[in-house]
Design a protein around this ligand. Structure first.
Ligand code: NZQ
Ligand code: ZN
Length: 391
């Protein structure tokens, strides 16, 4: 019998979930870190929702410097602009309000304040960030997807080099405000993409060779939660409880807890990041296209038992034969993605042909170490095959 692996788990983010907490607590939380605030946000959704006005009112009298316009798939240029402001104003704390892109950029800006070179160095080499400071980050999450609100990761794009890379800082956000009401305005497209992203984070951690009886059960419960609540949030965007379920699931899916004791690296994420690096597509939509195809690719005699467990415990498939149950689980995954009304082939996200497949596959294998640490090890040829199967 395989033994559970040793692990350590620590996560210090102070989560504040629910209505009214921002109004009552934001100012005290921010002043606890200082008076000079770099306020980072995206393309304007927080102005349309009223959150921007609320926050400016709450922070009245404080020294607030704004960095607006952080893009989806945040670009290194925004991080550079943030680095300059952070240094120039010697900021004490960063307040990031938005989805994963805004919060991811804010984390790297927090490190870049303490770095004199180009922040792209910090993205390419996370080790550099571990020995320098990081400005404390307070965030207000407005989109349930990435889990960035409770992890150390960021994903930053450098379009000039066709690179989209993950980087780990020394700290998780200091304080994250999770008010589901702030996600009621998220579009159907982003709601679907975010839900698929959550599901993908769970599959990346579920398909692992280690013996993980506790986290398997947690993951199955979280998967059922996202599967059930995504369609409700799509049909009823104002449903606070569906939005709340997605929000807490997104945080729990990627705060490190459910990978405790794992031993594999991730597969579909590094592959999707190549699609975004070359074509700037929505992360979760890319994952939705790739995930069922990846499942098909890795299903074999050795993995069928885990897929059958997924079938029975998550998709309520009652089939005694493991291989048949596994195939039904993969079909159910594909059908769920399709039911969320997002594209299911690469052509429909403006990837017209296979001209970049070889370069993307080689980069995915190199960045993700897919030939060494993946659940099922993949070569560049395997990844090209996965792309071809996604057309
Ligand atoms: O920019 P604004 O105007 O705010 O609009 C955003 C953006 O256009 C909009 N939006 C956000 N909240 C909204 C809203 N629109 C209406 N109402 C609201 N309440 O949604 C659009 C997409 O936002 P974005 O932040 O890009 O989405 P998401 O949260 O899905 O983040 C995706 C990024 O996170 C990375 C992805 O690769 C991608 O770059 N990831 C980060 C991870 C991490 N740090 O741990 C892990 C993930 O696997 C992922 O790779
Ligand atoms: Zn993701």
């Amino acid at each position: 019998m395989q033994e559970m692996n040793d692990f350590t788990f620590q996560n210090t983010t102070d989560l504040r979930f629910g209505r009214n907490l921002i109004e009552d607590q934001l100012r005290d939380v921010i002043t606890g870190f200082g008076n000079k605030v770099l306020f980072v946000y995206g393309g304007g959704s927080i102005k349309r929702s009223g959150l921007y006005d609320q926050v400016m009112r709450l922070l009245a009298g404080m020294d607030v410097i704004e960095l607006a316009g952080v893009e989806p798939n945040p670009k290194i240029e925004s991080v550079r602009a943030g680095q300059e402001l952070a240094k120039q104003h010697d900021i004490d704390v960063i307040l990031a309000i938005g989805g994963g892109s805004v919060i991811d950029a804010a984390k790297v800006i927090g490190s870049a304040k303490f770095y004199d070179g180009d922040p792209w160095d910090l993205v390419e080499d996370s080790a550099k960030r571990q020995t320098i400071g990081q400005v404390p980050l307070v965030d207000i999450l407005t989109l349930s997807a990435t889990g960035t609100e409770m992890n150390k990761g960021s994903v930053i794009s450098n379009m000039a080099e066709n690179k989209k890379l993950g980087t780990m800082g020394p700290n998780t956000p200091a304080v994250s405000f999770l008010d589901p009401a702030n996600t009621l305005t998220v579009s159907k497209w982003q709601t679907a993409a975010g839900s698929i992203d959550i599901f993908s984070h769970l599959t990346e951690q579920y398909f692992d060779r280690a013996y993980t009886p506790v986290t398997d059960n947690m993951i199955e419960g979280l998967m059922r939660t996202v599967i059930a609540n995504a369609p409700i949030a799509l049909a009823h965007p104002d449903d606070y409880n569906a939005r709340g379920a997605l929000m807490f699931t997104s945080t729990t899916a990627l705060n490190g807890l459910v990978s405790s004791g794992n031993e594999n690296g991730w597969t579909v994420h590094p592959i999707e990041h190549e699609l975004s690096a070359y074509y700037d597509i929505t992360h979760g939509v890319g994952l939705g296209i790739l995930t069922p195809r990846w499942m098909k690719q890795v299903l074999d005699e050795t993995s069928q038992a885990k897929f059958a467990k997924l079938a029975r415990n998550v998709w309520d498939i009652h089939e005694d034969d493991d291989m048949l149950a596994a195939k039904q689980a993969i079909q159910a995954t594909y059908d769920w993605v399709k039911s969320l009304d997002v594209p299911t082939v690469l052509q429909d996200v403006n990837i017209p042909d296979n001209s970049n497949f070889q370069a993307m596959a080689e980069s995915a294998v190199a960045v993700g170490n897919l030939d060494k640490v993946a659940y099922k090890k993949l070569t560049p040829a395997d990844v090209v095959e996965l792309f071809e199967a996604s057309m």
